[in-house]
Design a protein around this ligand. Structure first.
Ligand SMILES: [Zn+2]
Length: 68
């Protein structure tokens, strides 16, 4: 059984509870602080990372000459 994070909508307490996904989605987990069953599952946050950037290269061309 997974552990979910909840935030009580009645008193604002945040807590973690082991419950099924269905229970978590239904918000039927009782708040340990006030006992209200108005918990709202907190969504885990993701850190997105984007990679980019491309470097360009060049080649030089030179001429040489001379007579000494
Ligand atoms: Zn509460």
């Amino acid at each position: 059984m997974p552990m979910y994070e909840f935030a009580c909508r009645a008193c604002g307490a945040e807590f973690e509870e082991l419950c099924t996904a269905a229970e978590a989605a239904a918000g039927k987990v009782a708040c340990p602080a006030c006992g209200a069953r108005k918990s709202e599952r907190k969504l885990s946050t993701f850190a997105s990372k984007d990679a980019g950037g491309k470097g360009g290269g060049g080649c030089g061309h030179g001429s040489h000459g001379g007579f000494g």
